[in-house]
Design a protein around this ligand. Structure first.
Ligand code: SAM
Length: 355
């Protein structure tokens, strides 16, 4: 058992009296090194241990938890998808789970509150059953709290990570976890007849960035085929102009609110301020994409919104992203958020507003 076992409180004092906070940090698979780099840039030296290669790591940051939350919310990271505090650490076995239940039962701030219990397992875990079963097991054990266990709008989140040889847990406000979903994993059910999985990216952007899609009227979708994003925008009641040399899905042909231009984005001509929403999911070299899209920005009215995926083809994604953002900012676009969504693969999503 290590010296941080059980009910250690929110922080530990290192010999030189620095306040340290510990977190389990999650990024999309393969992007943990960039999430670590983001933390280094914000907090200086970061001690970190990989829990799941390329994806999940345990980080020790200098600063009190409140300070960490403040810095992160003022500098929202791109690749760090989710963090959960580690205030309890124990060995990985059932007796440790019993101790965790006692520890949680004593967290009086949870009493009678709406609480989400998020449970994840490592690649190997001492807990053989599903995370859902562990959640139910723990919920039973902390009944004395009389908490209202819920998924929607909790006041508090209990995050538990059951790894091969260790059990980690912490309690936080949902807004301090960078994402209110367990591990930042938002899942949507695939609909019957759904045209592409790419649609999930725009559905996630809607939730993550709180984009009011139904408030727009006229959208252009660049790189639209086969039409997942277009179908999403049509469902939100928008008129859509879809640009792509490739064919759109047959279910999207001859729809009244949809104009299909089977052309390269470099060949189309639009009027000034024609659209109030521009989306682009072109899977193309980031610089060429930015060149093509900025060439069409005159058609986006001031106050209009743009949602653009940026493919990360290079070895230095942070530098590429900086360059692409500068290209858009030079064209009166203000970046609201840049984030690698759970449904983004080797790319990130930019959410921008034109001024
Ligand atoms: C990832 S797919 C888009 C998926 C789409 N968002 C959906 O939800 O179904 C990328 C598309 O970009 C298109 N594309 C690539 N370069 C383009 C260009 N220069 N102009 C227009 N479309 C382009 C490709 O033909 C391809 O259909």
């Amino acid at each position: 058992m290590n010296d941080l076992t059980q009910a250690t409180g929110e922080q530990t004092a290192a010999p030189e009296e620095k306040i340290l906070s510990r977190y389990i940090c999650t990024a999309n698979h393969g992007f943990a090194p960039y999430a670590q780099e983001e933390l280094r840039r914000l907090f200086g030296a970061v001690k970190s241990t990989l829990l799941l290669p390329g994806e999940i790591f345990l980080a020790t940051l200098e600063g009190e938890p409140e300070e960490v939350s403040r810095v992160l919310s003022a500098n929202l990271p791109i690749f760090l998808r989710h963090i959960q505090p580690v205030q309890f650490q124990d060995q990985g076995d059932l007796s440790a789970l019993e101790r965790l239940a006692v520890y949680l039962s004593r967290r009086s701030e949870l009493e009678g509150e709406k609480v989400s219990l998020h449970v994840r397992k490592g690649a190997t875990s001492f807990w053989q059953d599903s995370p859902g079963e562990l959640r139910e097991w723990l919920q039973e054990r902390v009944q004395s709290l009389e908490a209202d266990f819920t998924v929607q709008d909790p006041a508090w989140v209990i995050s538990v990570y059951a790894d091969g040889e260790a059990l980690y847990a912490g309690v936080s406000r949902p807004e301090d976890n960078l994402s209110s979903w367990n591990g930042g994993m938002i899942r949507f059910r695939k609909e019957d007849g759904q045209i592409s999985r790419a649609k999930f990216k725009l559905m996630e952007a809607e939730k993550e960035f709180a984009i009011p899609f139904s408030s727009f009227r006229n959208a252009v979708d660049i790189g639209a085929s086969p039409g997942g994003w277009t179908s999403f925008l049509l469902e939100r009641g928008l008129k859509v102009t879809a640009v792509d040399p490739a064919l759109m899905h047959e279910s999207l042909r001859n729809l009244p609110g949809l104009k299909i231009l089977r052309k390269n984005a470099g060949e189309v001509k639009f009027r000034d301020n024609e659209f109030d929403l521009l989306v682009c999911d072109m899977s193309w070299s980031p610089k060429l994409m930015a060149k093509l899209v900025t060439g069409l920005l005159h058609s986006l009215a001031p106050g209009g919104t743009a949602v653009v995926t940026v493919k990360l083809m290079h070895k230095k994604p942070l530098a590429v992203i900086k360059e692409i953002i500068a290209m858009f900012e030079g064209e009166r676009m203000q970046v609201q958020r840049a984030k690698q969504l759970f449904h983004n693969r080797d790319e990130i999503t930019l959410y921008m507003i034109k001024y």
